[in-house]
Every structure is written in structure tokens, then in C-alpha cells.
Write a protein that binds this ligand. Structure first.
Ligand code: HEM
Length: 455
């Protein structure tokens, strides 16, 4: 009796055809080569980030590997990212790692595909237009002023603060207020699980799923009210499909709301925590930031069109996302045969595009491991490949919340760093937790000190 055949490996199948022929045959010239890579499979007990890094050292900017039972091309070439995410994006679906996300979020914007995704994106996009973000600036400022007061009190008492929890609570409040508006107080207590629980396992997924009834309930209540709310839930209830004219089904509404809560929470929190840690390790950068922030009027609500003036604060956030992109790995799967430069991509191949490695690629970045916000001064950014920096991805499936997140992160840094410096007693850089998102393994605990401008 024959053995149960292993999962079909499309690259291996085609590769055997290719290797049976001489490299100079016309067929290979048309198809292109298969990248070289490790003979050994990735063993899931290993740290995937470290393993991928070792393979880049061995094989260069693209390699072929067997990861989680699939044939994968892992690439840190910006041209390849450009091709898969923009140029020929329609040939790619989300890859295997999206299954973990789907378990938590169901079929929402992050995980859906094809015409259904396109129609959902069209309906949700207006909630992230400039006017909507502008309206959120007061909410973001208020949440940060409340957090700052707590941190200032701790500074006066000489207490340390848990930065991860503080930031996570603020980010959760902002995302929940943006979605539920005046109903925030009704929902807030139920969603605390997002910052009280660090694990993102099956139990968490179940607990999170049990919160769906709150969204269903609110949607029903809102439909019964005359007044149309201007928050995201209100906008999604009013949204209509361009072709059919139909509203979103309740089940879909719930999936989309869950997606926005999770996608907007962990990513933003993580970037802000890394920003504080990196600032604490780089006093010269901290000093430059406080010079910039001294020009900021006290107790003023941040306005959207004022934010670009505070360029250095933005550069710090960009540099933190370059070194520690929360979405450190994007995966895609080829629908049909394709090519990546000189390489042939058989249908079914997974393409791993890791912003973490593109953004540390030594061919694209000088001293890639060094924290240096000056690399984002306008003059220095012009000759860089547009795909050298893709923390929010690129192309049609880019992050819908990019502007929202950028505004929120900048207001946080500006509000808090103007009054406080956060010191770290850590001598080693925080250990990484390499999951769907790249986070620090442990909460970041720091010591707040009042700056001169805090008086
Ligand atoms: C620093 C903060 C953030 C980062 C670094 C980030 C990063 C990303 C990345 C890399 C993707 C593409 C994932 C992929 O293609 O596999 C993505 C998609 C997405 N993000 Fe964000 N994100 C952030 C904040 C937010 C916020 C605040 C929201 C909403 C409130 C949000 C909602 C989404 C959604 C819904 C998608 C799926 C879009 C689609 O496929 O059409 N994100 N994000």
C-alpha cells in the first residue's frame, strides 16, 4: 500500500521538472529559476524571526523554504514586495498565516477576498477619511491628557509605571470611542480583556467571541433610534453596497467591528511602547524631541493640520516602526503561475514579505540596526525605494487605519513627551514575542521624570 502522500508542494513539483532539464532550455528561460534555500524544513519550535534571519545570511535577499508544510519564497527585495502587493496584487490571496487571524476575527476586512472584500472596503473606507480623523483629535487628546496626569502623579511620587498597560488602555479607549461614540461607557468594561490578557490563544479567541452579543445588541438598538450617530458603528449601519444598495448584514457588521478593534489596538500599542523604549536608550534623540515640543502651546487640543509641523516626533515614530514593525510579516499565496524578477513562481507558492527584514535590509539602509530618526528627514528619504519602508503594507490591501494610527501615535508622543521623560532600568533590549504581531514579550516598566517644561 502506498504511503499517505505529504502535502503537495507545488514548487517542489515544478522544480523537479526544471532540474531534470538543462538550465539553458527555452522552457527554463521562460519560466525562470527557483531561488535556492535551506534543505531542512523550518521546525515550528524554532524562533521564526531568527530562523528567517539566518537564511537571509546564508542565501541572500530571497530564498525558498518549507515552512508550516508549504513551499514559501521569503524575500526582502523591495521590487518583489512591489510586484506582489501592487503590480500583480490580484494574482495573490492572503497566505497561510491569515488562518490564525481568521480564527479570532472571522471573515472581516483583514481576511476576506475578492469582490466581497472590495465591496466591504468601499463601504468602510469613509470612516477613515480625513474629516472623520479630524473629528477624533479631541477624543485622542483627552485620552492622552488623562493618561499623562496618571504618569505625572507617579513621577511626583517617584513610582514606576507600566507603560504597556497605560498605552494599551489609552489606545483601546480611543478605538472604542471612535467606533461606539456615546455608547462607549456601555461597552468599555467588557473589552478590558484586550489589555488585561496578553495571551492571544484559543481561549482568548473564545472570550473575545463572547463579546459579539454586545455589538449585535447595540446595532439593534441603534436601528430603533431616529438619530444617526457619526461614529464608525453609525457609519457602517448607514453604508450601502454600491452595486446592490444593500446594508451590511449584522454578522458582517460584527466581524468588521471586531477586526477594527483588534487591528487598531495591538499594533498601535506596540509601536508606542517601542518608541518609548528607544527614546530612553537615545538621550540625544530625546533632547531633540523636547526642543521641538517646547514650541508646542500648552494644553492645546492637537489639530490635524498642526501635526505636520512637529516633524521630529513623526520621524521617531517612523524609525520605531522601521525597527519593530508590528505587522512584521505579510504572507500571500499565488493563484496562478507568476514571476518575481528572474524567479519562477508556481501557482500555490506562498510568498513571505517581511517588513522587518526589508526595513533592515543592508542594501537599502545605512547602519540598519541603529535607531536614527534623522534618516526620515525629507531630504534623505527621496532616493529610497518606495517599498523600503512598508509598516502599513502597500497597494490596495494596505492598512485602512494608517492615518488614524499615525495621528493617534503622534498626539500621544507629543502630549506625554512634552511633560515627561521615561527612563528604563533595563540593560538588555526587550525580548521579542514573535506572533501575528511583533510585541515585546514582557510589559515595559519605566520610571517617569518630569521635564523642565512640566515645571
Ligand atoms: C501602528 C499601527 C498599525 C500598523 C503598523 C498596521 C499595519 C497593517 C498592515 C501591515 C496591514 C496589512 C496586513 C496584510 O496585508 O497582511 C494592515 C491592514 C489592516 N489594518 Fe492596520 N495597522 C495599524 C493600525 C491600524 C488601525 C488603527 C486600524 C483601524 C482602526 C487598522 C485596521 C486595519 C485593517 C482593517 C486592515 C485590513 C485592510 C484590508 O485588507 O483592506 N490598522 N495594517
Amino acid at each position: 500500500m502506498g504511503q499517505i502522500s505529504p502535502e503537495r508542494d507545488p514548487v517542489q513539483d515544478r522544480n523537479s521538472v526544471v532540474s531534470a532539464e538543462a538550465a539553458s532550455t527555452p522552457e527554463i528561460a521562460v519560466r525562470g529559476r527557483i531561488p535556492s534555500g535551506p534543505a531542512e524544513k523550518y521546525d515550528s519550535s524554532q524562533d521564526l524571526l531568527r530562523w528567517m534571519s539566518e537564511q537571509f545570511d546564508r542565501f541572500g535577499d530571497i530564498y525558498k523554504a518549507s515552512i508550516y508544510g508549504a513551499s514559501v519564497y521569503v524575500t526582502r527585495e523591495p521590487e518583489h514586495a512591489e510586484h506582489v502587493l501592487r503590480g500583480n496584487w490580484q494574482n495573490y490571496t492572503k497566505g497561510q498565516t491569515i488562518k490564525r487571524v481568521a480564527l479570532l476575527l472571522g471573515n472581516g476586512l483583514m481576511t476576506s477576498e475578492g469582490e466581497f472584500w472590495r465591496s466591504q472596503r468601499r463601504m468602510i473606507q469613509p470612516a477613515f477619511h480625513r474629516a472623520a480623523i479630524e473629528a477624533l483629535c479631541t477624543t485622542i487628546t483627552d485620552a492622552n491628557v488623562t493618561l499623562l496626569k496618571k504618569w505625572e502623579q507617579a513621577a511626583r511620587r517617584g513610582d514606576s509605571i507600566n507603560v504597556t498597560r497605560g498605552v494599551s488602555g489609552m489606545v483601546l479607549e480611543v478605538v472604542l470611542r471612535s467606533i461606539f461614540g456615546d455608547d462607549y461607557l456601555t461597552v468599555a468594561q467588557h473589552y478590558n480583556i484586550l489589555f488585561e490578557e496578553n495571551a492571544r490563544n484559543l481561549e482568548f479567541a473564545q472570550a473575545f467571541r463572547s463579546l459579539e452579543k454586545i455589538i449585535f445588541g447595540l446595532a439593534t438598538q441603534r436601528r430603533g433610534r431616529k438619530k444617526k450617530e457619526a461614529d464608525i458603528l453609525g457609519m457602517l449601519l448607514e453604508a450601502r453596497d454600491q452595486k446592490t444598495g444593500k446594508a451590511m448584514a449584522d454578522r458582517q457588521l460584527v466581524n468588521e467591528i471586531k477586526t477594527l478593534i483588534v487591528a487598531g489596538h495591538e499594533t498601535t500599542t506596540s509601536t508606542l511602547c517601542w518608541s518609548w523604549y528607544l527614546l530612553s536608550q537615545n538621550p540625544a534623540v530625546e533632547e531633540n524631541l523636547s526642543i521641538e515640543l517646547n514650541s508646542m502651546p500648552a494644553n492645546q487640543v492637537s489639530k490635524l493640520d498642526e501635526l505636520p509641523k512637529f516633524r521630529y516626533a513623526r520621524q521617531i515614530i517612523d524609525e520605531a516602526m522601521r525597527l519593530y514593525p508590528p505587522g512584521w510579516l505579510m504572507t500571500r499565496k499565488a493563484r496562478k503561475d507568476d514571476r518575481l524578477g528572474k524567479y519562477f513562481v508556481p501557482a500555490g507558492t506562498e510568498i513571505y514579505i517581511p517588513p522587518y527584514f526589508i526595513q533592515r535590509n543592508p542594501n537599502l539602509w545605512e547602519e540598519p540596526e541603529r535607531f536614527n530618526p534623522d534618516r526620515f528627514t525629507p531630504g534623505r528619504s527621496t532616493d529610497r525605494h518606495p517599498m523600503a519602508m512598508i509598516p502599513f503594507s502597500a497597494g490596495p490591501r494596505n492598512c485602512i487605519g494608517e492615518v488614524f494610527a499615525r495621528v493617534e501615535m503622534q498626539i500621544h508622543i507629543m502630549t506625554c513627551a512634552r511633560r515627561l521623560r521615561l527612563r528604563s532600568n533595563e540593560t538588555k533590549s526587550p525580548e521579542l514575542d514573535v506572533g501575528v504581531n511583533l510585541r515585546s514579550k514582557h510589559d515595559l516598566v519605566m520610571i517617569p521624570e518630569l521635564t523642565a517644561s512640566a515645571g
